[in-house]
Design a protein around this ligand. Sequence first.
Ligand SMILES: [Zn+2]
Length: 330
Amino acid sequence: MHTDLVAALDIGGTKIAGALVDGDGALLVRAQRPTPARDGAEAVMGAVGDVLAELRASSLWARAGAMGIGSAGPVDASAGTVSPVNVPGWRGFPLVDRVTEATGGLPVVLIGDGVAMTAAEHWLGAARGYDNALCLVVSTGVGGGLVLGGKLHPGPTGNAGHIGHICVDLDGDLCPCGARGCVERIASGPNIARRALDGGWLPGPDGDSTAASVAASARAGDLVAIASYERAAQALAAGIAATATLAEIDIAVIGGGVAGAGEVLFAPLRRFLRDYATLSFVQQLRVAPAVMGTDAGLVGAAAAAWTSGVWGTGAGAGAGAKGVPAGALR
Ligand SMILES: [Zn+2]
């Protein structure tokens, strides 16, 4: 059987999604289950198994030559384990071994969800055509990933580019990670909302006190709401500028729910970047919103499988496997 597809898994705290993906990034078969995040390790693995069983039931399954997994982190790709913060039952869970077993021996590549989003944006999204990119996911947390020299740079454990936990405020607030003044502690959705509430911002009549509601108030001219987004933008700009200066990135792509604030976030972000990205080689740095949406995790996991070197190495991938299709990543 000619293997010209990859299988992909996107594992998060609320859902586990799977797909069979072709060399153009099209999701040909999809399956999804809610994550039983409060249950034990085997219950969560059971949901993964259900998704995989649904994919395996497809007549296209035999064409899959590798499996890519993007998971909520931390992940440890070198050990093949995951310990997602929002899935307490999985601590050092041997996901790669278990998925390898459940797929009948497909070669598996594991990356963090921020790295997966980065792979998707580089393959088919806002970072396409850029050889050096930083992609950020700004939502309940702040994650990210790097493309360097035209290639995804997951790092040894699959977590490289995790911009949410670099310090941008030396004596700032304590972060749950143990450090102080992390980008995430200032720029995540919950922290944007908390800072607005602390400053006296009042939610609308519907009681919605999320960052999206703060963004709506900012668009309507509420000064406290605007200030909370400006502080988040400042933290992001400092982190992006530091990354650009270290690694000479050409573009920063920003996705996640908080990016939905649009110009409320992006206008001050561009302004603060001019303050922080000052050296000649980072002044041309571009900032763009992510475009891949909710399928980014699956598309990115597939991209990692295409390009990691595991593709076409599995037991079922012998005859006919000819390497990455022309349409897949460079
Ligand atoms: Zn932190």
